[in-house]
Design a protein around this ligand. Structure first.
Ligand SMILES: [Zn+2]
Ligand SMILES: [Zn+2]
Ligand SMILES: [Zn+2]
Ligand SMILES: [Zn+2]
Ligand SMILES: [Zn+2]
Ligand SMILES: [Zn+2]
Length: 463
């Protein structure tokens, strides 16, 4: 019977981060200390000969490892056969057998040790809960927004309601806490996590589900709002003699000075900043105008808005072309997006080949799958976009979100394609146990090429 032991030549003493635990308790655990280790098999019956059996290399996530077979016989890892030189991702609980058959060999479980406090990257800080409360509702912030220049924080819902009332009164927006004129408001993601951690630590501070739902229904701040008025900005700018006779530059957006499409900004108009071009547009109520936010990422984009108001670039304002923010059905695509198949280039090539073999174009395939998507024939659980359930072919998406949607559809195209339509070399490959969630495919070219990764995981945390 062959048993394995840690390689000699271990480096300086380190914490044991993982172990190979044998199924038979008469044998001892193999402790793994260094980030990369050669495990040797010790043939007890002969003369304590050591043979390299495999290497185990800790992955950057610190909770999985890459195992490479260094022996002449196969290794079974999670029931996959690993030949000499092949690698596989293993994680806590993976079963490793010094194959080729399961009989007559010790089975090992790969076990990742819990990390000691010191190696955790989390920093513990003390916070007075009162400093994490909204001064409008007096509870811990929910979906916190920060206003500038005073940097006070409120719940999105609470501040949105305040904003709406100020707009109704057509007065400038004052900070509810200190009465400073608010020039900017935006979601604060860092404080959002702090708020969540506080609620996790003390659940008695949590609000009821109904309260949260009411707050969410009032929340209107999706992306950064620029509340600074045109007039003020103008006055400030005119201090510079360079801009004295160039009045158009002083106004945040094209609708500030001139009426177009039946609307003109006044000095209390709140502006949104386009994520693509950095230009400004007035924030308009969603029901009365074309979309100003991408439903996939909640960021603001100006392309559709200016197109609908027939405002074209004048040179004095940054402005997007209509193509950058269009309904899904009006978009076209000519190359496989970078995100497709978890950025696995081999799988992207296979998809490209499949499409070509069938005498079709990427656009044909996507048009067909958008129809299926629109008819709700596709499960949207894994769709990497916000508000996935609300998206239809008429939804405006930004370029990034559209490419993510196309990538999502290409996964479905591939997974539902009869195997015999795959190119022969792709057909011969076995599915990777970790499927699309496999991390090895990102750092191991050979593995990425040898195994199919357009499949569901049958192992691992996403299983
Ligand atoms: Zn509040
Ligand atoms: Zn304030
Ligand atoms: Zn304006
Ligand atoms: Zn988007
Ligand atoms: Zn823009
Ligand atoms: Zn894999």
């Amino acid at each position: 019977m062959a048993e394995v032991g840690e390689s000699s030549g271990a480096k300086s003493p380190q914490e044991i981060w993982a172990k190979l635990v044998p199924s038979d308790s008469r044998h001892s655990d193999v402790e793994i200390k260094s980030d990369e280790i050669v495990i040797c098999s010790v043939i007890r019956l002969s003369s304590f000969d050591e043979h390299a059996w495999c290497t185990i290399k800790r992955n950057s996530d610190l909770c999985s490892a890459t195992l490479q077979n260094k022996s002449s016989t196969a290794i079974l890892a999670d029931e996959a056969v690993i030949h000499n030189g092949d690698t596989i991702d293993i994680r806590c609980g993976s079963e490793i057998i010094p194959g080729p058959d399961r009989e007559g060999y010790l089975r090992y479980r790969f076990k990742v040790m819990p990390r000691p406090e010191t190696s955790q990257k989390q920093l513990k800080i003390c916070i007075d809960v009162d400093h994490a409360k909204c001064s409008i509702c007096l509870s811990v912030w929910h979906d916190v927004v920060t206003v500038a220049p005073c940097f006070h924080n409120f719940c999105n819902g609470c501040f949105s309601e305040w904003l709406r009332r100020s707009q109704e009164k057509r007065s400038s927006v004052l900070c509810p806490q200190c009465r400073a004129v608010v020039q900017f408001a935006g979601r604060n993601h860092f404080l959002h996590y702090i708020g969540e951690d506080i609620l996790k630590a003390d659940s008695s501070l949590k609000r009821s589900d109904e309260e949260v739902a009411t707050l969410d229904s009032c929340a209107s701040i999706q992306s950064n709002l620029v509340i600074k008025s045109g007039k003020k900005l103008g006055r400030k700018r005119s201090y510079s003699p360079l801009h004295e006779d160039d009045h158009s530059v002083e106004l945040p957006c094209p609708q500030c000075g001139t009426e177009s499409g039946g609307f003109r900004c006044d000095h209390n108009t709140i502006h949104l900043q386009c994520h693509a071009c950095g230009g400004m547009m007035p924030s308009r109520p969603p029901a009365t105008t074309v979309p100003q936010h991408c439903l996939g990422c909640d960021r603001a984009f100006c392309g559709a808005y200016w197109h609908a108001h027939r405002v074209t670039g004048t040179g004095s304002h940054a402005m997007c072309r209509v193509e950058t923010f269009q309904p899904i059905s009006e978009r076209t695509i000519s190359r496989i997006p970078f995100w497709a198949h978890e950025k696995n280039r081999h799988e992207q090539d296979i998809t490209e080949k499949c499409i070509r073999q069938m005498g079709r174009t990427l656009q044909d395939v996507i048009t067909e799958w958008i129809t299926k998507f629109n008819n709700r024939e596709i499960d949207r659980t894994r769709m990497p976009l916000n508000h996935a359930e609300r998206i239809t072919s008429g939804t405006h998406l930004c370029n990034d979100c559209y490419e993510k949607l196309v990538s999502f559809l290409l996964y479905w195209y591939r997974i539902s394609m009869p195997k015999n339509l795959l190119p022969p070399d792709a057909l011969a490959r076995e599915d990777c146990w970790y499927g699309y969630a496999c991390r090895t495919q990102h750092h191991n070219e050979e593995h990425a090429r040898k195994r199919n990764h357009v499949c569901r995981p049958t192992r691992g945390s996403n299983f």
